[in-house]
Each structure stands twice: as C-alpha cells, then as structure tokens.
Design a protein around this ligand. Structure first.
Ligand code: NAD
Ligand code: UDP
Length: 308
C-alpha cells in the first residue's frame, strides 16, 4: 500500500514510518517540523519507497494513498501550550483535511487521539465508554478539546460520508526519539539524571501515569488499522500505573545517577491519575503491551546517552 503519515518526523510518527516500510509499504511522511526532526527520519531519506513532504496539515493536501495515519500535533504540554490557537487549528483542520482526502481517494484514515480526552478522570481505570472530565477553558484545553473535536469529525464523516475510520486513544508513551527538551516527564527525568541535575517532580509526585513503550504502541496501531471488528475508539496503553515519585526512583536506579529529587509547582489541570482499561484492545486486536517499564526505560536511557 501507499500510506500517508502526518507528523511522520515526530517521535511516534518516525517509528510508525519505520514499521510501515519494514512491512513492505510505500510511505509519504508529511510534517511541518514544529516538534519533529529530520534526524528522526534521516536514515530513511533516499529510499525509493519513502517520500518526505514539508507541509502544514492545516492547509489541504492531495495524494493518491490507500491509508492515512493522522499524527500531526504537538504532544507535550509545553509545546502544545506554546501556540494554543495553532494547536486547536492543527487538530481540527488537520482532521478535516485528512478526512476530506480519505473521502476523495477512499482511503482508510486513522486518528491519533489521546487519553487527554478523559481529562482529569473521575472513573478509574478509563474505559472508552467514559466521556471524560475536561476543562473547556483551561491551559490544556487547546489540546484536549482539539482532539475531542477531531474524534467528533471522524465519527461524523464516518456516519455521513461512509469514510472508513479508525481511532486510537494513546496513553503516555515513551522511548527512543522523544525530544530531549520536550518537557514530558520521562524525557525530563532521564535527561536530568544523565546530566546530574535535580529531577523536577511537579507537585507532591503522587499523581499517576501509565507508561507504554513505543514498540508496543506501534504494534497496537498496526493491528487497529488492519482489522474490521471495530472503528474504535480503542485505548492503547500499558495498564502498569506508577506515581511520578516511583518513576523518578526507577530512573535514578537505572541511570545510577546521584541526582536529587526536587519539587516544583503542579501545573493547572494536571490529571491526578491515569490508567487505560485495555479490555477492547485485548478483545478486538488481541493486543497487550509486552515491554515492562524497567526494560523500556533501559532502552530509552541508552538512546538519551547518545544525545546529552
Ligand atoms: P511529536 O511532537 O514528537 O510529533 C508530532 C509531529 O507532528 C512532529 O513531527 C511535528 O513537527 C508534527 N506537527 C505538529 N504540528 C503540525 C502541523 N500543523 N502540520 C504538520 N505537522 C505537524 O509527538 P508524538 O509523541 O510523536 O505524538 C504524535 C501523535 O500522537 C500526536 O497527535 C499526539 O497528540 C498523539 N499522542 C501522543 C502521546 C504520547 O505519549 N507520545 C500520547 C497521546 C497522544
Ligand atoms: N511531570 C513532572 N516533572 C516533569 C515533567 C512532568 O513531575 O519534569 C509530571 C506532570 O506534572 C504530570 C506527569 O509528570 O503529572 C506527566 O507529565 P507529561 O507532561 O509527561 O504528560 P501528561 O501530563 O500530558 O500526561
């Protein structure tokens, strides 16, 4: 197949490009390089089955493709809050442009949604049937609400225009090619530990997240996209839940770092807990994560050692 990956030069997008090429497909990678990097896909440049296009998803694009994966959107809070209006536009216009193209060329189209659609959840763990607890006017809203509208658009194009959709709700994912300065907790802690700087825990560190290693996530993407049991949304994430204090201690142990832990103010609307209910992924995709946190952290630390 010929497959378009928007946001293909980013952390997840570049791993997806690798996997699709390995599976024998042709890939068109579209990216505006806001948070992505040529280094993430440099090893693919020059291949006859790989094309790179510098383009912004808010402007329309036309390619004859069989499948579209829409990943374009900054994912880390400091990056998506840098230009929040642009973030909402990216999610909304990006979804409209991908759906319009999918409708025209009859391609299957995949939306990278997020656990953030559950906001600060009052149901734990979060099943796909939970409608969420999202602040519509806060600092995280540009991202959360943008992704919620994208899901709405996907379902309306599906119902109204019979567009063939798939939606994944991604929970916190980590691994090689995360941006060292993107402000997410795993990259922050590893970079701080390797540099011997203080590990910055926001708030008391008792808030929880569930961390999925990138290879497991990409396997879930491929399975969701290439089955006909469900259009989604399907949660993909690792149900292993950790406090930020536990994560910091794990990173200190694995890096053998002497860094200290310090506390900084908790950002507003920071969700207190998050854990995916992956019953649907198990049922429809026969998917569950395989890489435990310590093993995934080891691989990620090895990557960051080459960067910092
Ligand atoms: P990332 O920031 O590394 O990648 C996003 C990519 O999209 C970058 O290459 C960036 O340059 C590109 N991009 C941003 N705005 C664009 C625009 N307007 N036009 C074209 N390209 C644009 O982040 P990531 O972690 O790889 O996330 C990829 C997708 O997965 C995002 O949609 C994100 O919301 C979603 N997601 C990620 C996680 C996670 O834990 N990594 C969790 C939930 C959802
Ligand atoms: N966090 C932290 N220290 C950091 C960066 C983040 O304690 O240096 C916390 C953050 O407040 C949140 C959790 O780690 O509670 C996960 O943050 P991240 O930005 O990685 O993801 P998200 O909040 O979007 O799930």
């Amino acid at each position: 197949m010929r497959i378009l990956v928007t946001g293909g030069a980013g952390f997840l997008g570049s791993h997806l490009c690798d996997r699709l090429l390995k599976d024998g497909h042709e890939v068109i990678c579209l990216d505006n390089f806001f948070t992505g990097a040529k280094a993430n896909i440099a090893h693919l440049l020059g291949r006859p089955d790989f094309e790179l296009v510098r383009h912004d998803v808010i402007d329309p694009f036309k390619y004859e493709v069989d499948q579209i994966y829409n990943l374009a959107c900054p994912a880390s809070p400091p990056h998506y809050q840098y230009n929040p209006i642009k973030t909402t536009k990216t999610s909304v216009m990006g979804a409209i442009n991908c759906l319009g193209l999918a409708k025209r060329v009859r391609a299957r189209v995949f939306q990278a949604s997020t656990s953030e659609v559950y906001g600060d959840p009052s149901v734990h763990p979060q099943p796909e049937s939970y409608w969420g607890n999202v602040n519509p006017i806060g600092r995280r809203s540009c991202y959360d609400e943008g992704k919620r509208v994208a899901e709405t658009l996907f379902f309306d194009y599906h119902r109204e225009n019979k567009v063939d959709i798939r939606i994944v709700r991604i929970f916190n994912t980590y691994g090689p090619r995360m941006h060292p300065n993107d402000g997410r907790v795993v990259s922050n802690f590893i970079v701080q530990a390797l540099k011997g700087e203080n590990l910055t825990i926001y708030g008391d560190g008792k808030q929880t997240r569930s961390f999925c290693y990138v290879d497991d996530l990409i396997e879930g993407f491929i399975r969701l996209m290439n089955q006909n049991e469900t259009v989604g949304p399907v949660n993909i994430g690792n149900p292993g839940e950790f406090t930020m204090l536990e994560l910091a201690q794990n990173v200190l142990k694995l890096t053998k770092s002497k860094s200290k832990i310090v506390h900084k103010p908790l950002p507003t609307d920071d969700p207190k807990q998050r854990q995916p209910d992956i019953t649907l992924a198990r049922k429809y995709l026969k998917w569950e994560p395989k890489v435990p946190l310590a093993e995934g952290l080891r691989k990620t630390i090895a990557y960051f050692k080459t960067k910092v």
